[in-house]
Design a protein around this ligand. Structure first.
Ligand code: HEM
Length: 490
């Protein structure tokens, strides 16, 4: 009779053999021979991840890209599989174009559900195709054009970030002084503070390793953000009323489509992410204002262009060349998400623009991928690689977008819906709000720079990710000291 001990011994031996075989096969694979971020810079239990999170946005990935090239491996926290960091334009485009092969990392899904709900950002595969088709009409070129006047109205009331979310998303005034507005603002500040803590860094990693943790009765894990609750409550209320047939906000467009039988609307669920994500634009605008304060010549040039333009003509403002250049340059330097993660769910091959040298001296022009392999795409590195953008890659130089010959050839630049800016992803999961984001950025900047002068205060401003890239002063989040001087127009 086979003894219990020999069963246990066979089990342990098989376990070890399987792992040794896997390790050898990994080491012999192309992936196992890709350049490696320095091991001396990895923590024994947090890998390279913590170093990336605790440093300023983009710094570590940028340094390693300069050292190792556009494709390399990093060690993950808690001994999970290594991740490939990739900023090769062709490779990145392939990953984004194959959005249903390279899905978002499941580790982040519980966090997405808590912050944004089971909407478009969360959905994968057929559910994503379905939701995307439903929500798309609200983000078409003509729909965004019609939102222009609402954006202007909000700006005229001296823009407060959350005003914009309410009016454009719901046609509903969240006004910063109303209880709903205050609740959303408070939730945002709370989230920002929470996201910059060590537990917030560790939580998604732990959930990735032990998914059951997400179900534990811990208040922070189970409770929706206050902003999400408020958005749900108002969404429910508005859905009970008959639709505003003339409304140009995202909500009215979708409710109208639903009443006309063109789509099935589970309104409160499908809208929370789109409307909540609208506040991402404000971080970008704050950082562009800082750039302008630190570059008074660029600010003066923009001001002169705005004064000469007809400020009541939205189309004219949006097509001003220097405003467009400032917007592109600001987005290039301040992608609000510093990177995005993808996991392959089937085997594939990623083509590369630039050959990569492996540890055995061999050179490859593509990377074979196995289901389960994960990737990080660092936007800031793609937008500011000095080998592509030149020695002033990290400087704010709007002229590069308009001066003849200042921009590298298009084939060298990243892909994206707003040309050569990688911030909005690409392919089937391209940011659905990119046109609205560009429109809001341009109109808000135009109004601010026409009416105020912004001066640098000399405060040391750093950029950290929490939960989007934003300014920190002396370790405090969401602070941006700028001297603001009203300009008298005669
Ligand atoms: C400067 C502003 C913005 C930037 C840089 C930005 C960036 C992004 C990025 C990087 C993604 C893809 C995330 C990923 O797949 O990992 C995304 C997706 C998305 N964005 Fe934006 N976004 C901005 C503004 C907006 C606005 C204003 C809205 C809506 C009002 C919006 C709604 C969405 C939605 C719904 C998705 C999910 C799309 C999908 O997965 O199909 N975004 N955005």
């Amino acid at each position: 009779m086979v003894s219990f001990l020999s069963i246990v011994a066979t089990g342990i031996t098989s376990f070890i053999l399987i792992h040794v075989a896997r390790y050898i096969s990994f080491r012999l694979s192309v992936r196992g021979k890709l350049p490696n971020a320095p091991i001396s810079e990895a923590s024994w239990w947090l890998g390279h991840d913590y170093r990336v999170a605790k440093n300023e946005v983009g710094v570590e990935y940028g340094r390693w890209t300069n050292m190792l090239g556009p494709v390399y491996r990093t060690k993950s926290a808690l001994w999970q599989n290594e991740v490939v960091v990739i900023s090769d334009h062709l490779g990145v485009k392939h990953i984004f174009d194959q959005a249903y092969t390279y899905i978002k990392s499941p580790a982040f899904q519980p966090i997405v559900v808590k912050a944004l709900g089971r909407g478009l950002v969360w959905a994968e595969g057929d559910e994503h195709r379905f939701q995307r088709k439903m929500v798309s009409p609200a983000f078409s070129i003509s729909a965004i054009k019609k939102m222009g006047p609402s954006v202007m109205t909000c700006i005229d009331r001296m823009i407060q970030r959350l005003d914009i979310i309410g009016q454009i998303g719901f046609g509903y005034d969240f006004g910063p002084e109303t209880p709903d507005g205050k609740a959303i603002l408070g939730a945002w500040q709370k989230d920002v503070q929470l996201f910059s803590t060590f537990p917030a860094f560790l939580a998604p990693i732990l959930i990735g390793v032990f998914p059951q943790i997400a179900k534990l009765p811990i208040k922070e894990l189970q409770e929706d953000s206050t902003a999400k609750k408020v958005i749900h409550r108002i969404g429910r209320k508005l859905l009970q009323e008959s639709p505003n047939m003339d409304g140009t906000d995202i909500f009215s467009i979708l409710v109208r489509e639903s009443w006309e039988g063109k789509l099935k609307l589970d309104g409160e669920r499908k809208l929370d992410d789109a409307t909540l994500l609208d506040n991402t634009t404000s971080s970008t605008i704050q950082l562009i204002l800082l750039d302008l304060a630190q570059n008074p010549d660029a600010q003066a040039k923009l001001h002169a262009e705005l004064v000469a333009a007809d400020s009541s003509d939205i189309d004219a403002i949006e097509s001003l060349p220097y405003l467009d250049a400032v917007t592109r340059e600001g987005l290039r330097l301040h992608p609000i998400a510093h990177d995005t993660h993808r996991v392959a769910i089937r085997d594939d091959v990623i083509p590369l623009k630039k050959p990569v040298m492996l540890s055995n001296g061999e050179t490859v022009t593509s990377i074979p991928v196995k289901a389960g392999d994960s990737f990080i795409i660092p936007f800031l590195v793609i937008n500011s690689d000095s080998q592509v953008w030149g020695s002033d890659a990290h400087k704010f130089v709007p002229e590069r977008w308009i001066m003849e010959g200042a921009l590298p050839p298009a084939s060298e630049l990243p892909h994206g819906p707003y040309s050569h800016i990688s911030n909005f992803v690409d392919g089937p999961r391209v940011c659905i709000g990119w046109r609205l984001a560009v429109q809001e950025t341009k109109l808000i900047l135009a109004s601010m720079v026409k009416n105020f002068e912004f001066r640098d205060t000399g405060a040391k401003i750093e950029k950290y990710f929490s939960p989007v890239a934003q300014p920190f002063v002396n370790g405090e989040a969401a602070k941006l000291p700028l001297q603001v001087i009203p300009i008298q127009h005669h």
